[in-house]
Every structure is written in C-alpha cells, then in structure tokens.
Design a protein around this ligand. Structure first.
Ligand SMILES: Cc1cc2nc3c(=O)[nH]c(=O)nc-3n(C[C@H](O)[C@H](O)[C@H](O)COP(=O)(O)OP(=O)(O)OC[C@H]3O[C@@H](n4cnc5c(N)ncnc54)[C@H](O)[C@@H]3O)c2cc1C
Length: 429
C-alpha cells in the first residue's frame, strides 16, 4: 500500500478528466490523475485500435449492450476524444441553464482553444459534397460541420476513429500533456475500483495497477471515467444510491450506406456535413458519414457492409436524442434497449437519408442500414440525481465530471459541453 496526499485525485483522462487536470494545475493545485489505459504512442490504423477500444477479449469486437446495441469507448490517455471525428458543437445549453448551470462563457473558451471551424472544401470528398448538394436540392438544411481539426494539417485519410496519426485533430491528450508539463502526476495502467469513504467524506481511491492494489489519498476526488466507467466505480464504493448507473443514454445512431458510381467519401474526416433542423422538433440529426474500414462495416452491418466497394461508397448517419432507458451494472455490464420511440426517430432520419443518398447518386437497391450503435454514453450519475449543479455528490468532497452527469441525451457530439463543464468546475475551487 502506498499513501500520498494531493489536493485532487482525478480518475480518467478523457474530455472531463484532462481538462480538469490542466485547469487545476494552472491554479497551482497538486493533482494526481489516474488513467486505466496505457500510454499509447501509435494510432491511426485498424490494428492500433485493438489496443485501446473496449473490446470483447476473444472476438476483438466492440462491447454490446445486453440488447445488442454496439457501444464504443476507449481506455487510453485522452480517453474517447482520441477517436472522435472532430465535431465541435455545443449542446444542452438550455437544459443546463434550466438547472442553474450557465456554461456559455466556458463553451466559448473551449471553441476558441480547440480552434473550431466549419469544415471546408480543403477536406471534403466528392461524395459528401454530392450529399450536401442533393440535400440542398431537396430543401434540407445541410451545413458544413464545425470541426476541431486543423484543415491544413489533415491528410484526409478518413481514419479519425482510429486516432489521428498526423496530429491534425484536437484531443484531450493535448490538455493532458499541458497538465503533465505543469507537474500533474499521471499514473497510467491504473484502474480505480472504488472511492475510499470515511464518515461520508471521500478521502481517496483504491484500485489495481501492475504492482497490485494501490491506494491514494487526496482532499478532493473527481470521477471522470466516462458514462460507462464512473457509475461502476460509484456502485463499488458502498454508496447507497439506487439511481447510479440508471438513466443511461448513448445518443443511438445508425448508418445508411449506398453504392454510387463515380463518387465516394473515403478520403475525408467523417461527418463533414450536418443537418440539425430536426433536432428540436423530431429528436435527430443527419450527417454525411461512412466507416471506411470494411472490418468496422462488418461489425456494424454484416457481410454486405464488409463487401461494399470503398471507391463507390456513400453514406449518412442518423443520430438521435435517445431515451435514458439503459443501465450500467456494478460489474460493467450494460443494458441498453432501443425503445419504440427511439425507432420512430431513427426511422424518420433513415427515410430522409435514403432520399438524399439516392438523389446524390446511390443505387436504390444497394441501400443498407447498419445495426444501432452508441458512442456518447451518459446520464448515469446525473445532475439532479447523484450530483448537484456544482457537480458535487452526496458524499463530501466527491465530484463527478464527465458524460455521466448529463441530465439527458443531447443527441449531439458532447465533447465541447463536457470540456466546458470541467472548466466551470475547476473555476469553483
Ligand atoms: C468513434 C467515436 C467518435 C466520436 N466523435 C465525436 C466527435 O466528433 N465530437 C464529440 O463531441 N464527441 C465525439 N465522440 C464522443 C466523445 O468522444 C465522448 O463522448 C467523450 O470523450 C466522453 O468524455 P468523458 O470524459 O465522459 O469520457 P472519456 O473521454 O471516455 O474518458 C474516460 C477516461 O476514463 C478512463 N477510465 C475509465 N474507467 C477507469 C477506471 N476505472 N480507472 C481509471 N481510469 C478509467 C478511460 O480510460 C478514459 O481515458 C465520439 C466517440 C466515439 C467512440
């Protein structure tokens, strides 16, 4: 057993954790950041992702909910931000302000720091431009997606979801490196299993690393292990709260693919254009999107998906505001059904996407819809349930700051909102 004292222990180095590490270090606080993943040097290829995506041990395919929804997250420095497609949009501002959280200033700061700009023709493929033009011709409000990608540095390899080998994309690793330079102690390969609580005060964490069991102590503990990771830690900490782990949303999405002659979306960062006009009214967004690696298409859409020719492939994603109907158990197993109301939203988006793809040149008979998937887990230690609007929990000195505090599904890329929440929390100390 080792015992050290810090002002803060942060668990997890994703969007929430790395931001907090850097912001607290700037304030002169002593911080220990504990990260389950190991320090990964190489990203950008399919074989690299076997080292950091949360996969089944034997099949090496992404974990699924008990009901079959494919779930994506990574264990690595920078967390799941490393595999993002660089979409930088704000979300849940109104809901947050309803519950007494104003993060407009922090969102603006985040957008500035991440250098978010609309995608431009520098990084568009002819496939996604055809989708944009078709959508516009049909009267839909397709727009360039705001991106935190340096468009001069991007080599359009289309491999964002395997990590950016060219460092063109912002990831939370950028903040983690800054935190490191300011003296934050970072422990990799260290999985926190529970919070140590004495007289209703959080005083440390316990977990496992290569040397066995570790215990670290600090004045404040911040859990930032993500929407699927944080509730497992809380549930194993003898904290009595039936709602922890409940209310899971994942912003369910499906992809629609089609074969078109003469165009494809292979060479671009995915999700170059987005139509958000149905978000508030019908609970979904649609965007241009393909998974360019056929092994990933096999996972999401079977043999037909695997066999689609990349050079003729165009596609779109439908992402919804899903029901908070899932649950994370204390052993990490996830229940997440797709409810009838979720299917209603998905089906509306699928119909519009098919219409756009066919107008853009896809053969009507080639259209294929993937299985439901989720990449934005949250809601499992929500504001108003496990934490208050200062992100403080019922246990003194225990905070949560990651996707799990979201009160509901944003149905939108959440990184900007999580980073903004972390900046706001750091300011409060
Ligand atoms: C393929 C893909 C593309 C995406 N694209 C976008 C996008 O373009 N824009 C956008 O806004 N969002 C995107 N997202 C979603 C976004 O990446 C996540 O929602 C966001 O990173 C969540 O932040 P977080 O802090 O909650 O968790 P994470 O970023 O997942 O960080 C959690 C961290 O905690 C660590 N951890 C977990 N358990 C433990 C433990 N027990 N002990 C110690 N450490 C632990 C993990 O290793 C990880 O580093 C994408 C997601 C995926 C999968």
């Amino acid at each position: 057993m080792r015992s050290l004292d810090y002002d803060f222990i942060i668990v997890g180095s994703g969007a929430g954790g790395s931001t907090l590490g850097w912001e607290l270090a700037k304030k002169g606080m002593s911080v220990l950041l504990i990260e389950r993943g190991h320090d990964i040097k190489k990203v950008g290829q399919f074989r690299d992702i076997l080292k950091f995506y949360d996969l089944y041990k034997y099949t090496k395919t992404p974990k699924k909910s008990q009901e079959g929804v494919i779930l994506y997250r990574t264990f690595m420095p920078g967390g799941t931000t490393v595999v993002s497609t660089g979409n930088g949009v704000t979300g849940l501002e109104n809901k947050m302000s309803e519950i007494g959280i104003n993060i407009e200033e922090e969102m603006e700061e985040t957008i500035r720091e991440l250098k978010v700009l609309p995608s431009s023709e520098k990084i568009h493929s002819n496939g996604s431009e055809a989708i944009y033009n078709a959508a516009r011709d049909l009267g839909y409000m397709m727009e360039p997606m705001p991106k935190f990608i340096d468009q001069n540095k991007c080599v359009k390899c289309g491999m964002c979801v395997f990590g950016c080998k060219n460092n063109a994309k912002w990831t939370a690793k950028n903040y983690l490196d800054k935190a490191d330079k300011l003296g934050v102690q970072i422990e990799y390969n260290s999985k926190v299993e529970r919070v140590i609580i004495k007289d209703n005060i959080a005083i440390g964490v316990e977990g496992i690393d290569n040397d066995g069991v570790f215990k670290y102590f600090a004045s404040n503990i911040i859990l930032a292990a993500g929407g699927l990771g944080t509730p497992v830690i809380i549930k194993n900490s003898n904290i009595y709260d039936n709602e922890v782990g409940e209310n899971l949303f994942v912003d369910i999405f499906v992809n629609v693919y089609g074969i078109a002659n003469g165009i494809n979306q292979t060479n671009e960062p995915p999700m170059e254009f987005v139509d958000s006009e149905f978000h508030d009214s019908d609970g979904f967004i649609i965007s241009s999107f393909i998974n360019r690696d056929n092994k990933i298409r096999f996972i999401e859409a079977g043999l037909k998906g695997y066999r689609f020719p990349n050079k003729k492939l165009i596609g779109m994603m439908i992402k919804i505001v899903d029901e908070s109907s899932g649950k994370v158990f204390s052993n990490g197993i996830v229940s997440k059904p797709v409810k009838a109301s979720d299917w209603e939203k998905l089906n509306k988006g699928i119909e519009i996407s098919k219409e756009i793809l066919i107008k853009a040149g896809a053969d009507e008979n080639s259209i294929l819809v993937s299985n439901p998937q989720g990449a934005h887990p949250g809601g499992t230690a929500a504001i108003g349930k496990f934490v208050d609007n200062k992100l403080h929990s019922k246990i003194n000195n225990l905070y949560v700051c990651d996707g799990s505090v979201f009160p509901e599904s944003p149905g939108l890329p959440p990184i900007i909102t999580i980073v903004a929440l972390a900046k706001r929390l750091a300011k409060s100390f």
